[in-house]
Design a protein around this ligand. Structure first.
Ligand code: C5P
Length: 253
């Protein structure tokens, strides 16, 4: 009897200690120069909130995600002008953004483990751009469910629908690209901590624009989890109006 209790306890303890956590990381140290606004893109007003609020809100509502790490520029003076207390149970703010998105993600990951001891090597990290405010609860769930047992990890993405043209500097078509098997990468992109850190360190001197590219450079093949166009990235001023419409029509939060 005593032995079986000990056995039960140790099995549970082993299971618990082996349990991986899900943490989100939002790189938000960019200036968003293509928006043509002095205020960094992540703070532009969108549906009565700064844009980054919406990404945080969706991630915060997912019960599996235990922490949301926001990586700001070291000289960010805007974040603390807003009240974030509603999210405080899960929110960690780090002022360690870098020169590139990849550097911001890597700095955030290293600080979270080495200085704050927040994360274990096998925990899942969901990297999500502050500039994708319309991520839905269902897209997020599909990503997590689609990858939780995966060896590599992956990302939300949509199959390319338009015909693709390769243009030259004078905007003349040089070639039409076959679109079969082409996907547009979105975020969140979900990888295990130690693999992501290894990949970003390895890609430190290469110009990459997402996390999956760094994983691919290791010879691995991240999984594409189907999403849809509503998870758009706000890049140009007219994207804001579209994002606002999508947010006003959502009913999942
Ligand atoms: O500029 P872009 O839209 O590609 O940026 C994607 C995300 O990366 C944004 O959330 C932006 O704030 C972030 N970023 C960053 N550090 C940089 C550049 C961009 O955290 N140096």
């Amino acid at each position: 009897m005593c032995f079986s209790l000990i056995e039960q306890f140790s099995t549970q303890f082993f299971k618990y200690s082996m349990m991986t956590k899900f943490l989100a990381l939002i790189p938000a140290a960019g200036s968003g120069s293509r928006m043509g606004n002095e205020l960094p893109k992540q703070y532009l007003p969108l549906d009565n909130h700064p844009m980054i609020y919406h990404a945080i809100n969706t991630l915060w509502h997912n019960p599996l995600i235990t922490q949301i790490i926001v990586v700001l520029a070291p000289d960010d003076t805007v974040w603390f002008k807003y009240d974030w207390s509603h999210f405080s149970k899960k929110l960690i703010i780090l002022n360690c953004g870098g020169v590139t998105r990849a550097e911001s993600v890597l700095n955030g990951l290293l600080t979270a483990k080495q200085q704050l001891n927040l994360v274990n090597s096998h925990d899942w990290i969901l990297v999500h751009d502050a500039a994708r405010p319309c991520l839905s609860m269902l897209q997020l769930e599909n990503l997590i469910n689609g990858l939780a047992e995966d060896e590599v990890g992956g990302l939300l993405a949509i199959p390319v629908a338009d015909t693709l043209k390769l243009g030259n500097a004078k905007h003349r078509i040089m070639q039409t690209q076959p679109r079969e098997n082409l996907w547009q990468a979105q975020t969140p992109q979900m990888f295990r901590y130690d693999l992501l850190v290894k990949a970003l360190n390895n890609a430190a001197n290469v110009n990459i624009t997402d996390d999956a590219s760094a994983i691919e450079a290791l010879g691995l093949h991240p999984k594409l989890v189907p999403s849809d166009a509503r998870n758009l990235k706000v890049t140009y001023p007219h994207d804001l109006a579209l994002a606002e419409l999508i947010l006003q029509q959502r009913s999942d939060l």
